[in-house]
Design a protein around this ligand. Structure first.
Ligand code: WTA
Length: 634
């Protein structure tokens, strides 16, 4: 376990240096000593950023579930693996030990086999945060099927696009889901998706809300009927380190979502290593990440990272506001949570509720706090530190992406000090660099530039499902021999990084990545709309919110009506998370002479910063700018 635990600044410095100077040796030792492999690798790292080709632990064989479950089921069978906390606190929770988890996952794996799912097949998972979601994900990994989890807030059309893109053969869903006071009929959404998608699916249906569902003969099967007949052991499929483990879709700057592909070996090593150290997880700790498993944070830091370390990890089905805004604090006290990992948007929403909700909650068990998903502003950071951490828990502000698989930049408790609004230092093996627009390295202190990574780390995505060229174009073409993150960053004189935000057409709303292009595509389908431009503007709770500038084909009497229709279109095509906060109807959009919409100007107007719009005289239609400013939506 020599280099596995980073618990002093010296260990960090030594390991970091070794990981940069002798990466092959460093990762060879780390991976051999801390994981179970069926066969060792022939080469640790093989890479060529020009072709966007990366492989780790070439020719090695393993199964990630052996590492996440079996070894702990053997060594610590009675230790709690997963704690399920239901939406409603009056419903009984469920705890699964490692030996129980093994059985549940094996049963689910056998159900999948009985439905003809084979190694390499894609399985789409569209579920609320119930234990069966974890079992399904891990069961796929057990038999070598590639899981594609789709966040259960996406609409039927968004789901259909994702099913068709990866051509899954099975979708796992539930009758419904509970979110606070609301019940959502997930099966109906799946039915709609299957009506429009081209790929034929079988449906595995889990009962959660017990409402009536429509059943299609020979297509839809209840889990409870199938699981009664299967064995509770299932041998783990032996996978190549570079076999795909999962696909997870993320927004891009064109209409189609990008199916990021992660592979078995490198992803396992890196998520495990980062989890252990960034959260300083100790043997009897209880860890809670509030994300949904529909996002990368849930994949890496609710399931794979914690489980590979034999941790106890909480899955929370509900929302922070139900039954009231003390729910998070109640859960922390109930389970004596030691590490708590959430999003800045949740922190801001909770801060707004005042500190009355901390009444009767001690939060004494907390040792480490974390944030992820978007930059955290100073005020939210201070509130989190004072009221949740009681000024005695380090805060790890973890910067990473769906594409990176695991955390790349973060402080480490007792090792790298935190600094409000800074993600701080690169993790072991990560080599970030700031570049200017010409691709020149900015190495003076206090520089701001585009954040790139110049060397591969084990959990970097390997490709975009079905479109490697898009992978090259999006991440490896902007700068020579670099992975370009799409984020801007500032580096202070101590070498701490602060992420300044996206520099492309992706907007982070409440921690969710939203591409402007898919939203505009959805809106432009409206028969009365000529074109639209979506930009972000600062929002007190969501971080950013969406502002839509819309031009119509003809003057309409009832503009409010069209605004409602725009948001329903977005909900239908993408999901409610992409709804616009403000909509302004304009007679035109500012354009360059070549016809490109000048989003820079629209962004300033939407943020109500119209003093410095730059030179607008070269626009095709400069007059429209004043009109837009005059009609700005407060
Ligand atoms: C943003 C989430 C600032 C960033 C794990 C990144 C952050 C995008 C942070 C990826 C952070 C994530 N500070 N910004 N700590 N963490 N981001 O793919 O813009 O959902 O590129 O992955 O979120 O979002 P994704």
């Amino acid at each position: 376990m020599s280099s596995y635990q980073i618990d002093t600044p010296k260990k960090y410095d030594d390991s970091y240096k070794k990981s940069v100077n002798c990466p092959e040796t460093f990762w060879d030792e780390l991976a051999s000593q801390n994981f179970i492999w069926n066969k060792k690798w022939s080469k640790v790292i093989d890479w060529d950023f020009k072709k966007a080709k990366v492989s780790w632990f070439k020719d090695a064989k393993l199964n990630i579930t052996t590492n996440c479950i079996d070894r702990h089921a053997k060594n610590t069978p009675d230790k709690t693996a997963i704690i399920f906390e239901p939406n409603d606190p009056s419903e009984k929770n469920k705890l699964f030990t490692y030996s129980e988890l093994l059985k549940e996952v094996c049963k689910m794996a056998n159900v999948l086999k009985s439905m003809d799912v084979k190694k390499g097949d894609r399985v789409c998972i569209y579920l609320p945060m119930i234990p069966e979601l974890a079992f399904s994900v891990l069961a796929c990994a057990r038999i070598g099927a590639i899981h594609s989890v789709v966040f259960a807030g996406f609409s039927s059309q968004a789901l259909a696009t994702r099913i068709d893109d990866c051509k899954s053969s099975l979708i796992i869903t539930s009758d419904g889901s509970y979110r606070g006071k609301k019940i959502l009929n997930l099966k109906a959404i799946v039915d709609d998706a299957l009506d429009i998608c081209e790929t034929q699916q079988k449906v595995l249906l889990i009962k959660r809300t017990n409402e009536l569902v429509n059943l299609v003969d020979k297509r839809d099967f209840f889990l409870e009927d199938l699981i009664a007949n299967v064995d509770d052991s299932c041998e783990a499929e032996i996978m190549d380190a570079e076999d795909p483990l999962f696909i997870l879709y993320t927004s891009g700057s064109t209409g189609k979502p990008k199916g990021m592909v992660h592979t078995c070996g490198g992803y396992m090593v890196y998520t495990s290593y980062t989890f252990k150290n960034i959260f300083q997880y100790e043997e009897d700790d209880v860890y809670w990440c509030t994300a949904d498993i529909g996002w990368i944070t849930g994949h890496s830091y609710i399931l794979y990272g914690p489980l590979s370390n034999g941790a106890s990890t909480i899955m929370f089905e509900g929302v922070p506001s139900y039954p009231d805004f003390s729910r998070f604090w109640q859960i922390i006290d109930k389970y004596k949570v030691n590490q708590f990992y959430t999003a800045p948007t949740a922190i801001r929403a909770l801060a707004k509720q005042g500190i009355g909700f901390f009444k009767n909650c001690s939060l004494k068990s907390l040792k480490v706090l974390g944030t992820v998903g978007e930059p955290i502003n100073e005020e939210a950071w201070q509130w989190y530190n004072l009221h949740v951490g009681k000024d005695s828990c380090p805060i790890v502000d973890t910067w990473w992406q769906t594409e990176t698989g695991g955390i790349l930049i973060s402080s480490i408790p007792k090792v790298i000090p935190d600094k409000p609004t800074f993600a701080t230092k690169p993790f072991i093996g990560v080599q970030p660099i700031l570049l200017d627009d010409e691709g020149e390295e900015l190495n003076k202190p206090n520089s701001v530039g585009k954040l790139c990574i110049k060397y591969p780390w084990p959990s970097i995505a390997r490709t975009i499902w079905g479109n490697h060229q898009r992978y090259i174009d999006t991440y490896f073409s902007a700068f020579k021999n670099m992975y370009f993150t799409g984020d801007g960053a500032f580096k202070d004189k101590e070498g701490n990084f602060r992420i300044t935000g996206r520099v492309d057409d992706v907007i982070i709303v409440s921690g969710h990545n939203l591409g402007t292009a898919p939203i505009e595509d959805a809106i432009n389908e409206h028969e009365s709309i000529v074109e639209s431009a979506i930009v972000g503007f600062p929002h007190e709770i969501k971080g950013n919110a969406l502002y839509g500038f819309i031009t119509l084909k003809y003057n309409l009497e009832n503009i409010n009506h069209i605004k409602t229709e725009i948001n329903s279109l977005i909900s239908e095509k993408i999901g409610p998370i992409a709804k616009l906060d403000k909509i302004q109807i304009t007679t035109g959009l500012p354009k360059t002479r070549s016809g490109k919409i000048m989003r820079r100007i629209l962004r300033k107007i939407a943020s109500n910063q119209t003093e410095d719009l730059g030179d607008i005289s070269t626009l095709l239609n400069p007059d429209v700018v004043q009109e837009i400013i005059d009609n700005y939506q407060i």
